[in-house]
Design a protein around this ligand. Structure first.
Ligand SMILES: [Fe+2]
Length: 333
């Protein structure tokens, strides 16, 4: 679960933003079933160790790695979307936390649940049948060398794709070759199956596929179809200027920022007047856009006042963080 601290105007206007302490924000969701809920598929010892040791480790290391940094204020989706600029430690542990939180929800401890008609039709269209999807995912599981994950994702073009990632990477990260919104995520690390299945990953995969929670997956499919930040033209225009000013600053070149700070502020105001395409999170998005406007106005003012580079760097970095907060809200369930 993610909680966001409220950022007040006075905080936003403070150049000392990064020194503000915020308590660790990421937590494990309680398991929605007991450790021995799947006696024929996953043994209780594996489930308990997986949840209380492996998954618990990822979240505690993630919280330690982001403590007292601006990342504490970002959503998981925003962190993952910008993971290329962060450390390997954050990449492994943010991925580990997101992936496991998804995995627990993939498993259905109750009676079998059927999937939505929409999802079923789309699976049949793309893979021929549910068995066709299962075979494709089983192959991806077998082909994934070493530890990793197998996914069913909704691509930016709204197409269902089977993919896999190594280690704790996932399709929300800006470092993977095939990106999209995960609707199924299956852990194929040995720690997920070794006690019961030893080296027989294919048997584990087959058994887990048969207890998938299709209600949860159908709901994720519906949400993924409704997420269309790519079609938000004003956000794309803001992004163009953001990238062309922020990334040079990271390399010590302040000229583009000094030339285009006014344009950045103008694009932020255009966002406020644009149609937010998704009906989800509109209230939160509007609040974040307001923060973006205040921040870019301040940035423009400080550029005009010929503020020192260190201050401009702090302001553009914070602008970038708010931008990724908006991107994260667009992808959030
Ligand atoms: Fe795992």
């Amino acid at each position: 679960m993610i909680s966001r601290p409220i950022i007040t105007k006075s905080v936003l206007l403070s150049a000392a933003l990064f020194s503000i302490g915020v308590q660790a924000q990421f937590k494990q969701t309680p398991l929605p079933y007991s450790y021995n809920a799947f006696p024929n598929v996953i043994d209780a010892e594996t489930m308990e160790t997986h949840y209380t040791k492996h998954a618990a480790g990822y979240v505690s290391k993630l919280n330690a790695a982001i403590a007292n940094t601006p990342l504490e204020k970002q959503s998981m989706e925003a962190i993952l979307a910008n993971i290329s600029s962060l450390s390997t430690e954050i990449r492994n542990n943010a991925g580990g936390h997101y992936n496991h939180e998804l995995y627990w929800k993939m498993l259905n401890a109750g009676n079998p649940i059927s999937m939505s008609e929409n999802l079923k039709n789309e699976i049949i269209k793309e893979f021929g049948s549910i068995e066709g999807l299962k075979s494709k995912m089983a192959k991806a599981s077998a082909d994934q060398f070493g530890s990793g994950w197998v996914w069913l994702i909704v691509s930016p073009e709204k197409k269902l794709l089977v993919t896999s990632t190594p280690n704790q990477d996932n399709p929300l990260m800006d470092v993977v070759p095939v990106r999209g919104i995960p609707i199924i995520g299956i852990d194929v690390w040995e720690h997920a199956y070794y006690l019961k299945y030893k080296n027989k990953r294919a048997d584990y995969f087959d058994a887990v596929f048969n207890i998938l929670n299709w209600q949860e997956i159908s709901s994720r499919f519906k949400d993924a179809l409704g997420t269309n930040s790519e079609e938000w033209e004003s956000l794309e225009k803001f992004h163009e200027v953001m990238a062309a000013t922020f990334h040079p600053v990271e390399k010590g070149n302040y000229s583009p920022l000094k030339l285009r700070a006014g344009e950045l502020a103008k694009r932020a105001k255009e966002l406020q007047n644009s149609d937010i395409p998704s009906s989800q999170n509109k209230t939160k998005l509007k609040a974040s856009i307001q923060k973006l406007i205040m921040q870019t106005d301040l940035l423009e003012k400080r550029v005009k006042a010929k503020a020192k580079d260190a201050e401009l760097k702090s302001l553009i970095t914070n602008t970038h963080n708010i931008f990724h907060e908006i991107m994260g809200l667009c992808k959030e369930k």
